[in-house]
Write a protein that binds this ligand. Sequence first.
Ligand SMILES: [Zn+2]
Length: 85
Amino acid sequence: MPIPDALKQHARKCRLCSKQLIFARTDAGMRVPLDTVAPTFTVEDEGGGELRAKRATSFVSHFATCPAANEFGRKAKSKEATSGR
Ligand SMILES: [Zn+2]
C-alpha cells in the first residue's frame, strides 16, 4: 500500500531498508515509524444478523516489519558512539 496522499508530506525513508514510512507521535509521546498495511476494516454489528465492514486506514509499527529491525537500537547507538572517531 502506498502512503496516502494526505500524509505524503510526512513520508521519510527507513535508514536501514529504505522503505517509505511516516512518523507519528503516540499518546505517550513516543515517535513511532509506521508502515502502511494491506487494506483493513473495522467491523460493526448493525443487527439483522449482518456485520458491516468499514474500510479503515491502518498502519503497523515499522519496528515489526523492517527486514533490518534487529539493527535498529544497535545501529543508532553505534553511529553516535563512533562519530568523531
Ligand atoms: Zn526499515
